[in-house]
Design a protein around this ligand. Structure first.
Ligand code: PRP
Ligand code: URA
Length: 209
């Protein structure tokens, strides 16, 4: 079974409280989501391998460390996942970005695919699927399946807020995919929204209804 990492860093938790607040408008919401994504990227990349090199400082030679040439791919689930991309790219600027377009049918709550464009070499990349919300887990599970169907082997999932139901669904469908979240909330309501959650992430990011 995959691990679920709840990222309890005080800065992440503080900013998440502001994101949840219904009084936070789109501009501030977007900025905060980007900032939290950047802070979460720090934790999600914690297992990246290092190799030792020697650097000549103005004073002496130093044994120092750099990342082993790993190729990273970020895969936001459209639309709301887009809000997390720039924050992550600030820490992982060489990452390629693929896009999976999915929306959740409001009646069935099942994901419907409408777009998919991925780097050609996803089989060799460490992929991080990003989406602010993990509700039923249908969208994330489907996105991860697309990636696996196209050869991806090394996948992580990063979300701001998850419902316990979504965590379980992804763990069952993809036991090899570790999940990174800032919070696991209480439950889903009858419309498939996370309680207490933050409302509709896409609408709050982009000012739609
Ligand atoms: C939201 C969210 C996730 C999905 C989560 O997207 O960003 O992709 O719902 O729900 P699930 O876990 O039950 O699948 P939505 O379908 O509202 O599309 P949007 O990003 O275009 O607003
Ligand atoms: N999608 C959202 O944007 N919010 C939820 O609470 C659930 C799904």
């Amino acid at each position: 079974m995959a691990d679920v990492h709840v990222l309890n860093h005080p800065l992440i938790q503080h900013k998440l409280s502001l994101i949840r607040d219904e009084r936070t408008g789109s501009k501030e919401f977007r900025e905060l989501v980007e900032e939290v994504a950047m802070l979460m990227a720090y934790e999600v990349t914690r297992d990246f391998a290092l190799q030792e090199i020697e650097v000549k400082t103005p004073v002496a030679f130093a044994k120092s460390k750099v990342l082993v040439g790993r190729k990273v791919g970020l895969v936001p689930i459209l639309r709301a996942g887009l809000g997390m991309v720039d924050g992550m790219l600030r820490l992982i600027p060489a990452a390629k970005v693929g896009h999976v377009g999915l929306y959740r049918d409001p009646e069935t709550l099942l994901p419907v695919e409408y777009y998919c464009k991925l780097p050609s070499d996803i089989a060799e990349r460490d992929l991080i699927v990003i989406d602010p919300m993990l509700a039923t887990g249908g969208s994330a599970s489907a996105a991860i399946m697309f990636l696996k169907d196209r050869g991806a082997k090394n996948i992580k999932l990063m979300c701001l807020i998850a419902a316990p139901e979504g965590v379980l669904a992804v763990q069952n469908a993809h036991p090899d995919v570790d999940i990174f979240v800032a919070a696991v909330d209480e439950r889903l309501n009858e419309h498939g929204y996370i309680v207490p959650g933050l409302g509709d992430a896409g609408d709050r990011l982009f000012g739609t209804k």
